[in-house]
Design a protein around this ligand. Structure first.
Ligand SMILES: *Cc1c(COP(=O)(O)O)cnc(C)c1O
Length: 390
């Protein structure tokens, strides 16, 4: 059961394991693969699950438990399980819940590896996926069949920064008895809590804003107790668990999540406003710009606009590449939500395997640039982008 929560920032700092006999202030690291038993009866009762206790770190570990409890409070979720990466969370969540023959309805604009999982691997186990346009939620109900089990989406989307109305998704899932799973990694639990809008499960890649400093891979799924129990039973056997070391790093990182994300968002908004006025920029997309087509929905479901700004350099692919080659301070890298600002060119990198038409259908044009706005001083971020545009 969820206790009455304190404010977000307070829970992020004060959710902590019980102190040991050493009365440490900061949570210690429990780098141990297994745990000991008092006697034969203790061991029997533990394995029989008559006691809630740690047995083996593939099942649970104190550091992972602290991280999970913290994210549950942040997302207003009942329970969770932590994974070695965001993709381990995505895969294990579906693998635990779906049977051969089941059907997924997914937004078209989803993380590339998730898309590959749905199209190239799930068909091996006779799990099919149909896609709806992220800007046409009315398509969803037409895709539902007797075999449909899950609706899956991300908002904001990557890299197009589209916004999906979570309340509408929640209603469709509720009305049709489907499980709504939201990948909330782009927003972080600080900006948006999908469970409030009817999501049953929320997935995060902890690698992004949660760590926020580009150090560790992690993933987590939180939500409804019954569903999480199935995910836990699958995962304790198949072994995708988060390492206690990474769990410790993440739990520390979450202490500063609100502070960091506030600055990411204010920097991103200032950059978006700068780009909107720039003559060499064809368009800019950022959820909290009034010009964003879903500005009102973004305001309804998010506290601020997030760390990612997308824009189009005038002149298409060549201009996009030239812009990249001219960047001096910012990183050309594949991560996001890092303290370091990162620029990517989806058409020539992450989405180069799609043809131009497929790219267009997920909102990626040839000159499109995605910036994950970091925590450097905004003047320096703008200066680098301005000189590269020049
Ligand atoms: C990065 C990312 C993932 C995958 O997470 P990893 O930790 O890299 O495995 C899943 N979904 C979204 C939206 C992401 O950005």
């Amino acid at each position: 059961m969820i206790k009455k929560n304190k404010k977000f920032e307070t829970e992020a700092i004060r959710t902590q394991l019980e102190r040991t006999q050493f009365l440490e202030h900061s949570t210690p690291m429990y780098l141990t693969s297994s745990f000991v038993f008092e006697d034969a009866e203790d061991m029997r009762a533990s394995f029989a699950e008559e006691k809630e206790r740690n047995i083996y770190s593939r099942y649970s570990n104190p550091n992972s438990s602290e991280f999970i409890e913290k994210v549950c409070k942040m997302e207003r979720a009942e329970a969770g399980f932590a994974f070695a990466s965001g993709m381990a969370a995505v895969f294990s969540t579906f693998a635990a819940l779906l049977e051969s023959g089941d059907h997924i309805i997914s937004a078209k604009s989803i993380f590339g590896s998730t898309h590959t999982l749905f199209t190239q691997f799930f068909p091996k186990w006779n799990i099919k996926t149909s896609y709806f346009d992220s800007n046409a939620l009315e398509e969803i109900e037409n895709l539902i069949t007797a075999k449909t089990k899950v609706i899956y989406a991300e908002s904001p989307t990557n890299p197009g920064v589209d916004i999906l109305d979570l309340e509408v998704l929640g209603k469709i899932a509720g009305k049709n008895g489907l499980i709504l799973i939201i990948d909330n990694c782009f927003a972080s639990p600080y900006l948006q809590q999908p469970i409030k809008f009817g999501a049953d499960l929320v997935i995060h890649s902890g690698t992004k804003l949660m760590d926020g400093q580009g150090r560790v891979l992690a993933g987590i799924t939180v939500g409804n107790t019954e569903l999480i129990d199935k995910i836990y039973r699958f995962s304790r056997i198949t072994g995708p668990a988060l390492s206690p070391f990474n769990a410790w790093v993440l739990s520390k990182s979450l202490e500063t999540l609100a502070l960091r994300v506030d600055r990411h968002c204010s920097n991103a908004l200032q950059l978006a406003e700068f780009l909107e006025e720039h003559p060499k920029v064809a368009w800019v997309k950022y959820p909290f710009l009034k010009s964003h087509p879903k500005y009102e929905i973004a305001k309804k479901q998010m506290k601020a606009g997030g760390c990612v700004v997308a824009f189009e350099v005038d002149g298409g692919l060549e201009a996009g590449k030239k812009f990249f080659d001219s960047i001096k301070l910012l990183s050309l890298s594949a991560n996001l939500g890092d303290s370091r600002s990162i620029v990517t060119h989806p058409a020539s990198t992450t989405h180069s395997k799609l043809n131009a038409q497929e790219r267009e259908s997920v909102g990626i044009s040839d000159g499109m640039v995605r910036v994950s706005v970091g925590l450097e001083h905004i003047d320096d971020i703008i200066e680098d982008i301005e000189q590269a545009l020049g």
